[in-house]
Design a protein. Structure first.
Length: 326
């Protein structure tokens, strides 16, 4: 049976995407592999065609967002299951078939995600509760440790939303709920999609039966400030879409409180000798958390990843009036 389409979006990550393709090539259930090259300048498309001639490569002259690019791949493929993979992932043997088998056995499940680990083997959180006002304040009161993460354990489980760096979707469910909302350039688009899938009556699951290694953030590691701006744009858009004005404000205040407390705690811990710190605090941690608190409270300011892609220095103008919260 070959009923899975592997869909990968890449941008200047030639060696990563070649390793990703190597890990899925020949896996059971894979019927087609499509790669959208998001205007790379490092010879990615030519390298894929040389090393993996059976892969369909779509060369795109402009740079679009995560949701828009994956929508293009979904429309260009035909398999009943679509498996979204970041180019900086490496899949364990048998992982694709394990995810497909989970969808086979659970017709009400629209999407399933694998266990995700970092390159050094540490488990990476990959499923969470929806960021409702109540959940955001639970995070504030517990510094993000109050049962918000839903991935983990030894058994499959139902979750609210899953990280799209490795996510298998049932095409029929995806089309019925609608593809990714392309107003999100990057970040929170998978949360929005999960919310719409749940509203349509579908479930989302996480399973440890499949494992994927994720070398997180390589494509945006050199522009952390722009990444942070784009991340908070997505959060605010999600709240405005799925909650009332008051609810969106309450959720934002919850996360602002959480990150402000993290920033304060990180600053105090950094003042202790390293041998006395109960946890390791990155040097940039306190400043990043304080900036996140400001972005949560006031909305992000400055150019993000979308401006980097379009070559503009200022935030792109929206077709709708700007929200005063950002």
């Amino acid at each position: 049976m070959t009923d899975v389409a592997i869909l990968i979006v890449t941008m200047d990550t030639r060696e990563d995407v070649l390793a990703c393709l190597e890990s899925v090539a020949g896996q059971d259930r894979v019927g087609e592999i499509l790669v959208l090259d998001n205007a790379s300048r490092d010879g990615t498309a030519a390298a894929i065609r040389e090393r993996h001639p059976g892969v369909t490569v779509i060369e795109q002259a402009h740079r679009a967002g995560f949701g828009a690019n994956n929508n293009t791949l979904v429309r260009a493929s035909s398999a009943p299951y679509v498996y979204l993979l970041n180019p900086d992932t490496v899949s364990d043997p048998g992982s694709t078939a394990a995810l497909a088998a989970h969808l086979d056995a659970n017709p009400a499940v629209a999407a399933v995600g694998p266990r995700v680990v970092f390159g050094d083997g540490r488990t990476q959180d990959s499923a969470w509760r929806f960021p409702s006002p109540a959940v955001c304040w639970r995070g504030a009161l517990t510094l993000g440790r109050g049962g918000i993460t839903q991935s983990g354990g030894t058994r499959p489980r139902r979750v609210d939303w899953l990280m799209a760096s490795a996510l298998m979707l049932r095409r029929e469910a995806l089309l019925s709920a609608g593809l990714f909302d392309e107003r999100y350039f990057m970040y929170s688009e998978e949360t929005d999609l999960a919310r719409r899938l749940a509203a349509a009556g579908f479930e989302l699951h996480w399973t440890p039966a499949a494992r994927v290694v994720h070398h997180q953030g390589r494509s945006s590691a050199t522009v952390p400030e722009r990444r942070l701006v784009e991340e908070w744009r997505g959060r605010h858009r999600y709240w405005r879409t799925h909650h009332s004005t008051a609810g969106a404000r309450i959720a934002a205040l919850g996360l602002a409180t959480q990150f402000a407390l993290l920033g304060l705690a990180g600053t105090l811990l950094r003042r202790l000798p390293a041998r006395l710190r109960p946890v390791d605090v990155p040097a940039s941690g306190p400043a990043t958390w304080r900036r996140a608190a400001r972005f949560a409270l006031l909305g992000p300011r400055g150019p993000g990843l979308s401006e980097l892609a379009s070559g503009t220095a200022e935030p792109a103008r929206s077709a709708t009036p700007p929200d005063p919260r950002g």
